[in-house]
Design a protein around this ligand. Structure first.
Ligand code: ADP
Ligand code: MG
Length: 339
């Protein structure tokens, strides 16, 4: 029989990193969520080569103090929850304490961070989970991450990366979602030194939609506003004339988190049924708030799936919220051609 080995921490981290870091866009997502959790009001994202060779994310948030820098890169270390009970009421985007350890296990990371209460910054470099530099330096308040050579030490994973263009597309999607769910934060995204998105960060969702999708969409929106005490919905529903042949115009956030959920999609599409042709999907950007106890966000490492304790109530609320928005404007229902 083969001998059983207990794996060392570097190997454990490398294996676990696979769940969190699938591609450059996963790194961008995790680092942006951290910046938002750190109350940044301005975030700059720069990528080269689809993020495969270089990602830089600079925020003006709270920063990490000297004593916490090394800890932040350990697996399951987080400032966002303390006890198991806290899992029932998560208000931050992160909480699993896995991102920094996972990212640094499979790439070369340089971080410079300065909290306002500390008059110097710490530069920390960690390559493949191994510390390379920990030194004092000068920097503005906030945190800047530079990520180089993703998967340089896991060639099997590197093989699965797509072209720079495809990877850049995934990154752009991630940034768009976070910009839409956080209109109070200014996002500046540059791909190969070219600005791709620059949101105002003035807290106005319609402005953010305008920056992202342009005038045609921004001028054809109906406000959605619904609240029955258990579920509240705000945002915009596109007029029926700005539909699309796929679901890429459907964006919704649950308690501030971008998710995919077929119950919510179904409720949205059912509400539009009388107004759109078959196989056309509406434009919506919805912020859905439900009682934190009514939803389990701790289902999957990427946190994109959730579980509801009462999904029919969610369906009904969304259906009603959208229907009300559509009917208020006395839009004329589309008559489906009979085939
Ligand atoms: P999580 O976000 O789940 O807590 P991470 O591994 O993403 O875990 O980050 C670990 C910790 O590092 C965070 O809890 C936070 O305290 C700190 N941190 C990470 N990124 C930033 C940032 N941009 N600004 C301030 N603190 C940060
Ligand atoms: Mg995080």
């Amino acid at each position: 029989m083969n001998q059983i080995n207990v794996l060392d921490q570097l190997t454990i981290d490398k294996i676990a990193a696979g769940e969190v870091v699938e591609r450059p866009a996963s790194i961008v997502k995790e680092l942006l969520e951290n910046a938002i959790d750190a109350n940044a009001s301005s975030i700059i994202v720069e990528i080269n080569d689809g993020g495969i060779s270089y990602i830089r994310i600079a925020d003006n948030g709270e920063g990490i103090s000297r004593e916490d820098v090394r800890k932040a890169f350990l697996r399951h270390s987080t400032s966002k929850i303390r006890t198991e009970a806290d899992l029932n009421s998560i208000s931050s985007l992160g909480f699993r304490g896995e991102a920094l350890s996972s990212i640094s296990a499979v790439s070369q990371v340089e971080m410079v961070s300065k909290p306002k209460t500390q008059d110097f910054a710490i530069r920390y470099q960690i390559h493949g989970g191994v510390e390379v530099d920990f030194s004092e330096t000068g920097a503005p308040n906030g945190t800047t991450f530079e990520i180089r050579q993703i998967f340089y030490n896991t060639p099997a994973r590197r093989k699965f990366l797509k072209t720079a263009m495809t990877e850049a597309g995934h990154i752009s999607e991630v940034i768009s979602r976070l910009a839409l769910s956080h209109p109070e934060v200014s996002f500046h995204f540059l791909n190969n030194n070219q600005t791709k998105l620059h949101t105002a960060g003035n807290g106005n969702l319609k402005d953010t939609i305008y920056h992202m999708y342009g005038r045609e969409i921004a001028t054809n929106l109906l406000p959605v506003s619904f609240d029955n005490g258990r579920i509240s919905i705000s945002g915009f529903a596109g007029k029926p004339e700005i539909t699309k042949g796929n679901r890429s115009y459907e964006t919704f956030f649950l308690n501030g988190r971008y998710i995919k959920n077929h119950i919510i999609s179904k409720a949205i599409e059912d509400a539009y049924k009388d107004f759109t042709m078959l196989h056309r999907f509406p434009f919506v950007v919805l912020n859905i708030e439900v009682n934190k106890e009514a939803v389990d966000v701790n289902v999957h490492p990427t946190k994109m799936e959730v579980r509801f304790s009462n999904s029919s109530e969610i369906y009904d609320g969304i259906y009603e919220g959208i229907s009300t928005a559509l009917h208020e404007k006395e839009l004329i229902p589309v008559v489906e051609p009979s085939v």
